[in-house]
Structures are given as structure tokens and as C-alpha cells.
Ligand binder design. Structure first.
Ligand SMILES: [Zn+2]
Length: 125
């Protein structure tokens, strides 16, 4: 079995596709997506592609990936089975000011960050 870190181009299952649709995610924004069927529970593992947003504090444009924090989201997408999303949230770290922050979390409405770095309200655009 070959294992590559590239984007996979195999067809995704309808359930995985449902997750993407539910959260308005483009397949191109997803680095990896897989599902495990445990019978009465389906576990979906998802990692988004890094987009390296500029540092929210100093504006440095080349943050490093700090680490990944698993967030578990339970959602009943299907009526006849339970579905759990394991979202591997990526955290960036600014090499200039050492600020750390989470990537944009499309699952946020289902799974708010309890320890969000963005404590201050965001100004209207
Ligand atoms: Zn910074």
C-alpha cells in the first residue's frame, strides 16, 4: 500500500460528500477525508488544507504550522446512524511574535473553540 501526502483523487463516499455539503466545504479545501463505519456509528476524519493566513497580530505572512488539535463533532447527518466528525484543527504559530491561532474552522458552529485565541470581537468588514 502506497501512502502519499498528496490530495487524493478517489471518489469520496456519499456520506463524506454530505459532510462537505453540510459545512459548505469545497473538496479542494480538504487535505484528507476518510470515514470509518463502526456499525451504528460512522467516524469521519477530516483535515483541511493549510492556507497559511497572515498573523492576526503582526501581519507576518509566513506562519508555521504549530500543531494539530483534534476536535470531535457529533452530528446526525443521517437519520439511521450516528455520525462523529474528528476534525484535526491546525494551529499556526507566528515566527515573529510567537502568536498562535487556529485555522478557520468551518465546523465552528457545531464545535466552538473553548480556548479560542480570538477573544476580542472581530470588527465588521
Ligand atoms: Zn506575528
Amino acid at each position: 500500500m502506497r501512502k502519499k501526502a498528496e490530495t487524493r483523487n478517489v471518489p469520496i463516499t456519499s456520506l463524506e460528500n454530505s459532510v462537505l455539503e453540510l459545512y459548505g466545504l469545497d473538496q479542494n479545501a480538504v487535505e484528507s477525508l476518510s470515514s470509518t463505519n463502526l456499525g451504528d456509528l460512522v467516524i469521519i476524519n477530516v483535515t483541511l488544507k493549510p492556507d497559511y493566513p497572515p498573523c492576526p497580530r503582526c501581519g507576518h505572512e509566513h506562519p508555521n504550522v504549530c500543531n494539530y488539535v483534534d476536535k470531535t463533532i457529533t452530528h446526525s447527518i443521517l437519520h439511521n446512524c450516528r455520525c462523529q466528525i474528528n476534525y484535526h484543527a491546525r494551529r499556526y504559530k507566528c515566527p515573529v511574535c510567537n502568536r498562535t491561532w487556529y485555522e478557520f474552522n468551518p465546523f465552528r458552529r457545531s464545535c466552538p473553540d473553548p480556548q479560542s485565541d480570538n477573544a476580542s470581537p472581530r470588527a465588521a468588514a
